[in-house]
Design a binder for this molecule. Sequence first.
Ligand code: PLP
Length: 349
Amino acid sequence: MRQNLATAREAFGGALMVVVKAGAYGHGLEEIAKALATEQLAFFGVANVGEARRIAGAGVSTPIYLLGATWAEEREEIVARNWVPCISSMAEAEHFNRLAAAKGKCLKVHLAVDTGMGRGGFLAEHLKVQIGELDGLKNLEIEGIGSHLPSADEDEDFTQGQFRDFRALVDVLGGTERFKWRHLSNSAGLLGYEQGICNLSRPGLMLYGVSPFPGFQERLATVMTLKSRVTLVRTLPAGHGISYGRQFVTERPTRVATIGIGYGDGYPRHVSGKGGEVWIRNRRFPILGRITMDQIMIDVTAADEIQEGDEVEMFGPHLPVAEVAEKAETIVWEIFTGITPRVLRCYKA
Ligand SMILES: *Cc1c(COP(=O)(O)O)cnc(C)c1O
């Protein structure tokens, strides 16, 4: 992950907010936050107050930025703990201002702008009108402005337009000097585009070793490897069904290995019947039949060396997680965040 962070720094040039939402994309929120606590990051980006508490509880003092909108009842704690919210409306701004005034402090906030994501933020037209009123809120310090890219890995023209609109908006609001932090990019935005006036980027996925563009993949190192073990090896006769629904039936005597992992661990059930593979002792073996909650069967016919207890790579350096996501007809983000608590996380420091 440190290597990927260095790659992000080199590609971007500016400051970084490392996105650690959803338990650092399933990698372990506290562990990742602690590991990167000394990396001179501008922020850790979290989804909500629950995640902010966990980082603070781990004794990490890197500033915390809340990527999502906040609920009114959470705001007093946000003010008290100096977490940095992004503001999407006058009502939110006024509420934060009142709470900060009551505590006799000035809260740092960022303005969120909706340049096309449709999930939160001010519309640019409204912000141009409301900026005067926002400036009048004396217990808020507007230290940043940000927006989000919905299709940086799919629609280059639209994304270029967002960079242009963002710059134009910042110019109207008073220029770059007015905002200490200006940010637009996720991983795809960081890797694929000129950054214009942005001096902060918010990468997530690429830091966990996966590029949203295949072309950059070789510059990134695998972070998470999902492993299990062979629990049984048996030879079944021809005509024997394997797994629920008996959608796979052996055509020949088949040496079948059972692996102790399933969709209850977050290995996607949708890989069933899609030609999924696993990696054992330097080669791939095909998955047979449906993925069950706790066990998966594979064909190890003619691989006499495979034994009970053998380590199995479900994805990792030899079997890209992107391949598993594609077979499951989903995205890598969902695979990572779907690895359940049953899977023991082991860290190499
Ligand atoms: C999740 C998220 C990111 C990180 O996106 P990646 O594609 O994983 O790099 C950045 N910004 C915001 C607002 C997000 O919600």
